[in-house]
Design a protein around this ligand. Structure first.
Ligand code: RBF
Length: 167
């Protein structure tokens, strides 16, 4: 299936780890907030659906996607946080500036993940226009927030398996 046809809310859920004791941070960019709120709702609901406790999910807002890296870094550095989900929407094509933001955030989040040795998930939509953004934030193509949250859970499962921390 091409990525254009993918439904972001359809994924395998086999062998997910127990996340009832795990702590998550969700960092949300306020730019394009009508979309990022939907991403947050999807991510939050997915974490709860697969076993996270509400008291173990913390939210922090940043002004724009460019600030997701530092917001994610502050959370990931906290010892009690197990995984971070970073959510934003950068609409392509409006200005070249967007390419720089996408690149910087992708690189920045990867660096945070490696430096802190924790899953830090790139939940940033990079659509061509607002219509595509809405289609991927609870519309016909599902919700990128759901996908980002399940990715965090799956990475915690892989971490457990590899490091034999649990189970
Ligand atoms: N932030 C986003 O999250 N999504 C965007 O599409 C977006 N577009 C921007 C376009 C321009 C021309 C500028 C200057 C900023 C944009 N930002 C966007 C905000 C950016 O992530 C950051 O918050 C600001 O650049 C900080 O001043």
């Amino acid at each position: 299936m091409s990525s254009a046809d993918k439904n972001l809310s359809v994924f395998s859920t086999e062998g997910l780890p127990d996340i009832s004791q795990r702590k998550f941070a969700i960092v949300v960019a306020e730019w394009n907030s009508e979309v990022t709120e939907k991403l947050f709702e999807g991510a939050y609901a997915t974490l709860i659906r697969y076993g996270a406790l509400a008291k173990n999910i913390e939210r922090g807002n940043v002004p724009g996607s460019f600030e997701l890296t530092l917001g994610a870094h502050w959370y990931a550095q906290r010892e009690d946080i197990d995984a971070v989900v970073a959510l934003g929407v950068v609409i392509q094509g409006e200005t070249k500036h967007n390419d720089y933001i996408n690149h910087a955030v992708a690189q920045g989040i990867t660096n945070v993940s490696i430096k802190t040795n924790k899953p830090v998930i790139f939940g940033v939509l990079t659509p061509n226009n607002m219509e595509q953004a809405l289609e991927r934030s609870g519309g016909v193509h599902g919700n990128k927030g759901d996908e980002a949250a399940i990715t965090a859970i799956k990475m915690l499962g892989l971490q457990e398996k590899i490091t034999n921390r649990r189970g």
